[in-house]
Design a protein around this ligand. Structure first.
Ligand code: KG4
Ligand code: ZN
Length: 343
């Protein structure tokens, strides 16, 4: 069985993976930079790219030593080349080209969001996606940098139905976490803080929820939270932390769920995937799964380890292209911006 070596350096996580053509993850290793960026309350691009340079080759070496892998089975290298932080992407792209030349195998540039859309179809010893999952399906890609709904006709054919007009949902989580003095990334900490909280205690705005489109807006939510916190004393904030987190989380998940449910009704598609860092959120997972059970729909969400950025999803998107003899040339660029519809 052929394998792809995946490389992901589009943002702050450095990740390398070996994935089989059937989606089985042989090995994935990721170096998180969360501790380095946490004091700044967000990602510092210069620090991110510098640390990819530091981490990437040792991770490839680790995979080489960790797996009893027959390198003759390597179909090629898959590397995220768009969209993302330019300096970060460049580290992965140049490494992939160099490895491709050294090993004499092809390589292919992968769109980061195509990787996220492939994530629910990865498999390993404890996670198996359903075997016959035919397209078309809807995909909600919801992360720190992106919030968009796509109609996936088939692998490689995507139509964007709507996207955020300002902040991404993950960014909204991270900004509120920063206001509360939490570390970065704030999404998982807001989720933890929301446990046992009353989600109806504070009424945060649900941007664009009533509009007849699939666009999102989360910047007003952050402003509303900022105004509310300014009116509260430090003690009041400390006492109400779980209610604040639960109410804020609910405002985000309500919008995400409503837009996906509307998209399902309008496009008459009952199969959907939710992917990207925010899809690790249990409140979102539970709300969408409950809705799917009641509405005869199917919602596929990857396990948390494949929700956030990882090279396994890039390797899977890449091997589909490599097996189809779709190769990149040595002049492949890295691009900060790129629409998935252009893939
Ligand atoms: O997909 P990802 O790792 O990177 C991007 O492509 O952006 O997503 C990271 C984002 C961060 O904003 C983080 O706060 C959010 O995903 N996130 C969560 C959770 N886990 C990660 N947000 C809410 N709840 C979570 N459990
Ligand atoms: Zn991502």
């Amino acid at each position: 069985m052929k394998f792809a070596l995946g490389i992901e350096t589009s943002c702050d996580d450095t990740s390398v993976a070996l994935v089989r053509e059937d989606g089985y993850v042989e090995c994935v290793v990721t170096a998180s930079q969360d501790e380095l960026h946490s004091p700044f309350g967000g990602i510092v691009p210069e620090i991110a790219s510098r640390n990819h340079t530091h981490n990437l080759i040792p991770l490839i070496d680790q995979i080489k030593n960790q797996t009893k892998f027959n390198w003759n089975e390597l179909a090629g290298i898959a590397v995220t080349n768009r969209p993302g932080l330019l300096g970060s992407l460049m580290v992965g792209v140049v490494t992939a080209k160099t490895l491709s030349m050294a090993l004499g195998v092809p390589f292919v540039g992968v769109h980061h969001l195509e990787g996220h859309i492939c994530a629910p179809f990865l498999k390993d010893k404890i996670y198996q996606p359903p075997e016959f999952w035919k397209s078309p399906f809807l995909a909600l890609v919801v992360s720190g940098g992106h919030t968009a709904i796509y109609k996936v006709e088939t692998f490689g054919k995507y139509k964007m139905l709507g996207q955020t007009i300002d902040d991404a949902a993950g960014e909204a989580f991270d900004k509120f976490a920063k206001l509360l003095g939490f570390a970065y990334p704030g999404g998982p900490l807001i989720e933890k803080g929301a446990a046992g909280g009353n989600a109806s205690k504070y009424s945060f705005p649900r941007g664009m929820i009533k509009e007849d489109n699939f666009d999102f807006s989360f910047s007003g939510l952050k402003t509303a939270a900022q105004i509310l916190l300014k009116k509260m004393s430090t003690d009041e904030i400390a006492e109400s932390k779980s209610d604040l987190c639960a109410s804020y989380q609910k405002a985000i998940t309500d919008v995400l769920c409503t837009k996906m449910q509307n998209a399902s009704a309008q496009h008459k598609i009952k199969k959907m995937v939710i992917t990207g860092g925010v899809s690790a959120n249990s409140a979102l997972k539970n709300a969408m799964t409950e809705w799917a059970n009641k509405n005869n729909a199917e919602v596929l969400i990857p396990p948390s380890r494949y929700c956030t950025d990882n090279a396994a999803m890039i390797a899977l998107a890449g091997i589909k292209r490599l097996m189809n003899s779709e190769y990149s040339n040595l002049d492949l660029g890295a691009y900060a911006r790129s629409e998935l519809a252009e893939v």
